[in-house]
Write a protein that binds this ligand. Structure first.
Ligand code: FES
Ligand SMILES: [Fe+2]
Length: 408
């Protein structure tokens, strides 16, 4: 990607947003979002069946699977899944489901194995999912072992990040990420390493949580002592991309940029990034459940996993260049703790908002131009589920198609 060209375009957008005096002409007014989408059990069932099991979801990192036979199991996506490195070093995804009677072939969260032996009756599978051994085989009259391989799911890696998708006919990951993959290339993701993970359960529908990370309208009220001291929300420039992804670049206050220049972090910045990265907070949403506010020395990937219709597990992992000494390790741990405070501020309203919505006291949500990434997320949710499957009162009316940055 031509970073300088990209940065110049974003700078123009930020200047425009900061200077405009009214609602941008030509940008549609967004119809209110029906709140039933956040609480209706049928809508949640549609999301489970047609969204989370049919889209790419981030489950880990390439280096989590160091050798042939390294595996990890996941149930966050809604199905019991298994990702494993084969003898040929390729990563493969499977349902963690024995093709005899459905017991998990792997019980541990992670490990390494030469073969996978189901712990119920010892059917044994190879690292590529082939069924290799069946005890007392003579007692199965018509068993065709070639039809009893572990059931595959898609598993692809972009720049070190491992994604899975149960939909075998899905677009390739790189193509689906589109503009996001292109714009992330300067981050050199494959060279980065995890520095810590946090998890928190929030008593709110996953979309109430996701929406909260898609706008900066709330900065002054919710984060007066933290993020609002760093970022000027009125200059936020946003890009809506195909497949529901989006970008939001929010300028830092000049005094914050200067303060950072005067007291550089002990953490090494990712080499080669355009200066725009130090002067702004570029944040991305990878549809549907990943948000990342980028920074020069590293950043969190924040994931929203629905546990049920009214519970979300938020899981955030920090990535950056590997720490080279104890001072950098300590700086990472401090940075992670500082971020805890910001997350607590964000979490504060979410459970009460869910209770309000569930009470029926709020029928629909009126969104402003600043909150357009939320509308974009919801439009794509409906597209992926299939609009005809969604009860009419719960749909969002598509109106942002003409606003996509990468539209032809
Ligand atoms: S369920 Fe796995 S061997 Fe029987
Ligand atoms: Fe926030």
């Amino acid at each position: 990607m031509d970073q300088a060209k990209w940065a110049a375009r974003i700078r123009d957008q930020m200047a425009y947003e900061a200077a405009r005096e009214g609602h941008p002409e030509g940008f549609p007014s967004l119809p209110p979002i029906p709140t039933g989408r956040y609480i209706d059990p049928d809508f949640y069932a549609l999301e489970r069946e047609h969204l989370f099991s049919r889209t790419w979801l981030l489950v880990g990192r390439d280096e989590d699977f160091p050798e042939p036979g390294s595996f990890r199991t996941f149930d966050r996506t809604g199905s019991p899944l298994l990702v494993m490195r084969g003898e040929d070093r390729a990563l493969r995804g499977f349902f963690n489901t024995c093709q005899h009677r459905g017991a998990p072939v792997v019980r541990d969260a992670c490990g390494a194995a030469k073969r996978l032996r189901c712990q119920y009756h010892s059917w044994t599978y190879g690292l590529d999912g082939e069924l290799l051994q069946v005890p007392d085989r003579r007692d199965f009259r018509d068993l065709d072992v070639s039809k009893r391989r572990l059931r595959p799911v898609r598993c692809e890696v972009y720049d070190g990040w491992v994604f899975v998708n149960e939909d075998l006919s899905a677009k390739p990951l790189r193509e689906w990420l589109g503009a996001v993959a292109e714009e992330w290339s300067p981050l050199q993701g494959a060279t980065l390493r995890a520095h810590g993970t946090r998890r928190e359960r929030v008593a709110a529908n996953w979309k109430i949580v996701a929406d909260a990370f898609l706008e900066t309208y709330h900065l002054k009220t919710i984060h007066p002592q933290t993020v609002a001291k760093l970022l000027d929300h009125r200059g936020a420039a946003m890009g809506l991309f195909a497949n529901g992804h989006s970008r939001m670049v929010t300028p830092k206050w000049e005094k914050a940029v200067e303060a950072a220049r005067g007291a550089p972090s002990v953490l090494e910045p990712i080499p080669g990034l355009d200066p725009l990265y130090a002067e702004t907070n570029p944040a991305y949403n990878v549809f549907p459940n990943l948000i990342t506010p980028l920074d020069t020395t590293g950043f969190p990937f924040i994931l929203f996993w629905p546990i049920d219709a009214e519970t979300t597990e938020v899981e955030w992992t920090f990535y950056g260049p590997p720490a080279v000494n104890e001072e950098q390790e300590a700086a990472w741990q401090r940075a992670i703790t500082v971020f805890d405070a910001v997350m607590e501020e964000d979490f504060m309203n979410l459970a009460p908002m869910h209770r309000s919505v569930a009470s029926g006291a709020l029928e629909s949500i009126p969104l402003s131009y600043q909150e357009r990434r939320i509308y974009h997320l919801h439009e794509e949710i409906d597209r992926v589920i299939g609009i005809d499957r969604i009860p009419e009162p719960l749909r969002v009316e598509p109106c942002l198609e003409g606003q996509l940055e990468d539209a032809p």
